[in-house]
Design a protein around this ligand. Structure first.
Ligand SMILES: *Cc1c(COP(=O)(O)O)cnc(C)c1O
Length: 219
């Protein structure tokens, strides 16, 4: 099947109110352009340099989402254009994003990444750390960032009930902390679900799915 066919098939299973992020990491611009021609405007990348090269060559109405782990010293390369940063997991990183966003007179939307998987290797915050960031005095001074939601990745397993448990856990954290609004935090987006588990994620309350291989093929 072509990228266009894959995309249309996925769109038919993802409700309109759910944001579909087409994860195009490692794929050439020609592949992304096929998705663009088919109407896709939100793309997810996990390396800042690769994303920036694609941003430079592709149409300017694309929203670029950084879904990978972000190194503090690389924020400056995407601050001019990035639309949403999914993988924020420290106040230090928020401060750097704020600093770089200020240079372009922008407010950059961020998601806080939560650690919900069993694996030790994945990045992310636990609930006390989330609480600490959202309640911190330092956050109040960051006028050039907006925390707009949470992101999480389930354990890499075939065990559906394990994945479901982790998604439900993240949804309940999301619902709890949604109430805690401030000047620069208002949780609206719950980014969870990838090619293998997005339907389960949607059932569990996700409103933003990150789908790569089911659109562009395996990497
Ligand atoms: C690569 C990646 C995805 C997409 O994974 P697929 O299984 O190809 O859909 C989603 N989220 C993150 C954080 C990724 O790194």
């Amino acid at each position: 099947m072509s990228i266009t066919e894959n995309l249309n098939k996925i769109k038919s299973t993802v409700p309109e109110n759910i944001t579909l992020v087409a994860v195009s990491k490692t794929k050439p611009v020609s592949n992304l352009m096929e998705a663009y021609e088919a109407g896709q405007r939100v793309f997810g990348e996990n390396k800042i340099q690769e994303m920036t090269e694609k941003w430079q060559t592709m149409p300017k109405d694309i929203q670029w989402h950084m879904i990978g782990h972000v190194q503090t010293n690389k924020v400056k390369f995407m601050a001019e254009y990035v639309s949403l940063i999914h993988g924020v997991d420290s106040l230090k990183l928020l401060e750097e994003i704020n600093k770089q966003a200020l240079k372009y007179n922008r407010v950059i939307d961020c998601l806080l990444q939560m650690h919900i998987a069993e694996e030790e290797t994945k990045f992310g915050l636990d609930e006390p750390e989330l609480k600490e960031i959202l309640n911190s005095e330092a956050l109040k001074n960051l006028n050039n960032i907006q925390i707009v939601g949470l992101m999480g990745m389930a354990t890499f397993t075939e065990n559906q009930s394990q994945i479901k448990k982790e998604f439900q856990n993240l949804k309940s954290i999301f619902d709890n902390y949604k109430k805690l609004k401030s000047e620069n935090s208002n949780l609206k987006f719950l980014s969870m679900g990838m090619s293998g588990d997005y339907q389960l994620a949607i059932e569990c309350g996700s409103n933003m799915v990150r789908i790569g291989s089911s659109i562009f093929g395996s990497r």
